[in-house]
Design a protein around this ligand. Structure first.
Ligand code: F6P
Length: 344
């Protein structure tokens, strides 16, 4: 049996842990050969890969990033991309391709299976936690902990100086990191893409808190949050190389407005790529190990065109077609309950 594996999209903690578990299981239990493609789909199209041996994955369980490298974009963005993917798989005699990626890579995997009949298995990863069909994506729990640690640290300095601090976290169109780190860190207000916000309401909450004698307000804002009614302009930074708007920077505009409306000294912290870097937490290491092992089981059973999904305590398989082109957003009723009780 020959297995190819790639990591696509933005990196996240735990990618190496999946690669390691998959490689160990494939070789030790099934005597398989495993190759890792460099730089996501680019490596498949160009046929650039390394043999993944037990030695090659030794020591990688706690390592952040991906030993294979990653890129955004894929074969459908290139005129003969799909042909080149098929050619590499044919020449190498691959029995399966494991795609560890977020919505973009999983959509490519789904199409390659449904339109070209390729034997693919998807594993959802992303700190954004926005893949449908799974309760959680690996990397998310680590990112929430990093953001929560940052919020905890910012509390003390904000209190000492009687400041408002606006903390910006990632998540694109989903407010998962903002909501969970905001709850865990006891934020004054949490702003998410799913609920456009009114900056006057935010300013009121901050004022009311200060009027009660509290010395600091921490406002957690997701990078993709938007002001209701276009209340104030957001910075625009154009698009990235695959045409997505470049996010990041909303915190500066929000902080400016809060300071203007309240007169309180307001500072900005963008946690940015720190959320994606470094070692996975214990929960993610265990989850990634289980996903790597289960990917090999799915290949042995030839259950192709599926994505491994966390459902309650189990890892189940869902059709990739159910995931394709969708975004999983937060539970707005939980958001509202938190807002009612804790904001301000
Ligand atoms: O991986 C997802 C993500 O972290 C988003 O939250 C963020 O908008 C995006 O990646 C940033 O992308 P890049 O790494 O390409 O700047």
């Amino acid at each position: 049996m020959k297995i190819g594996v790639l990591t696509g999209g933005g990196d996240c903690p735990g990618l190496n842990a999946v690669i390691r578990a998959l490689t160990r299981s494939a070789i030790a239990i099934h005597g398989a050969e495993v190759v890792g493609f460099y730089d996501a789909w680019d490596g498949v199209m160009d046929d650039r890969a390394i043999p993944l041996t037990i030695d090659a994955v030794r020591g990688t369980l706690p390592r952040g990033g991906t030993i294979l490298g990653t890129r955004r974009g894929g074969p459908y963005d290139q005129p003969d991309g799909v042909r080149r993917v098929k050619e590499t798989m044919r020449v190498r005699g691959l029995d399966a391709l494991v795609v560890i990626g977020g919505n973009g890579s999983l959509t490519v995997a789904s199409r390659l299976h449904s339109e070209e009949g390729l034997p693919v298995i998807g594993i959802p990863k992303t700190i954004d936690n926005d893949v449908v069909g799974t309760d959680v994506c690996f990397g998310f729990t680590t990112a929430v902990q990093i953001a929560t640690d940052a919020i905890d640290r910012l509390h003390s300095t904000a209190e000492s100086h009687d400041r408002v601090v606006v903390i910006e976290v990632m998540g694109r169109d989903a407010g998962w990191i903002a909501l969970q780190s905001g709850i865990a860190g006891g934020a004054t207000v949490i702003l998410v893409p799913e609920r456009p916000f009114d900056i006057d309401v935010v300013a009121d909450l901050v004022r009311r808190r200060h009027a009660r004698g509290r010395q600091a307000s921490l406002v957690v804002v997701a990078e993709g949050a938007t002001p209701a009614n276009g209340d104030f302009p957001l910075p625009e930074y154009g698009t990235d190389h695959i045409g997505r708007p470049k996010l990041g920077g909303i915190s500066v505009a929000v902080a400016h407005e809060i300071e203007r409306l309240t007169g309180f000294d307001t500072r900005v912290v963008q946690i940015g790529l720190v959320q994606r870097g470094g070692t996975p937490c214990a929960f993610d290491r265990v989850l990634c190990t289980r996903l790597g092992l289960e990917a090999v089981n799915a290949i042995v059973e030839q259950d192709f065109g599926t994505m491994l999904a966390v459902r309650a305590e189990n890892i189940e398989r869902v059709p990739l077609s159910h995931v394709q082109g969708k975004t999983r957003t937060i539970d707005v009723s939980l958001y509202q309950q938190v807002a009612d009780v804790f904001f301000g």
